[in-house]
Design a protein. Structure first.
Length: 182
């Protein structure tokens, strides 16, 4: 964190972005983000707005309920919400994994925000949360997300089949080896 004063709930700050706990006033933006056909094109398509409102409202009421979750991303220069990023626990073909997720508004695509928040969130996952591995599940048609994953340091491992039959490319990164010596 820099020496600037920050709002409550901030837990990760990069050069241009802040990742913070979700609040009630984030719900409208997040509903719009997750129901945008362009944004969700490679994420299974737009979500139902009413279900989103209900789910996001629950999260806003208790933003610390889950260890792994998605959190609002705020652009520092403008103070506006620009995305929803985080870590989600996933079962991938019988293996427990933690997925690094980056979802950004189309208005900020191409500015390097996904790479920036992804790198810092990876470091946070390894250094602060003690995780040893992160993955990204990427639709085979989403070349931009593949490039982002590679810039963050994730490497292609294999193709996997998700529930419902969707194929995804599994990218992974291993955290720094922990010393076994005391």
């Amino acid at each position: 964190m820099t020496g600037q004063a920050h709002e409550a709930g901030v837990f990760l700050e990069s050069e241009r972005l802040v990742l913070r706990r979700q609040r009630d006033d984030d719900v409208a933006f997040l509903v719009d983000l997750w129901s945008d056909p362009g944004v969700t094109r490679y994420l299974g398509g737009p979500r139902d707005r009413d279900r989103l409102r209900a789910s996001l409202g629950e999260t806003a009421a208790d933003p610390d309920a889950e260890r792994f979750d998605l959190w609002p991303v705020v652009e520092k220069a403008t103070g506006r919400l620009v995305g929803h990023c985080g870590l989600l626990d996933k079962d991938v073909e019988g293996q427990d994994e933690i997925e690094l997720v980056y979802v950004l508004a189309a208005s900020v695509w191409g500015r390097g925000f996904a790479t920036e928040i992804g790198r810092d969130l990876s470091r946070h996952a390894f250094d602060t949360m003690g995780l040893t591995r992160l993955i990204a599940l990427i639709d085979p048609g989403n070349e931009a997300s593949e490039r982002t994953a590679a810039r963050i340091g994730l490497r292609f491992e294999r193709q996997v089949t998700r529930p419902g039959g969707a194929l995804r490319k599994l990218y992974a990164i291993e955290g720094p080896a922990k010393s076994t010596q005391e």
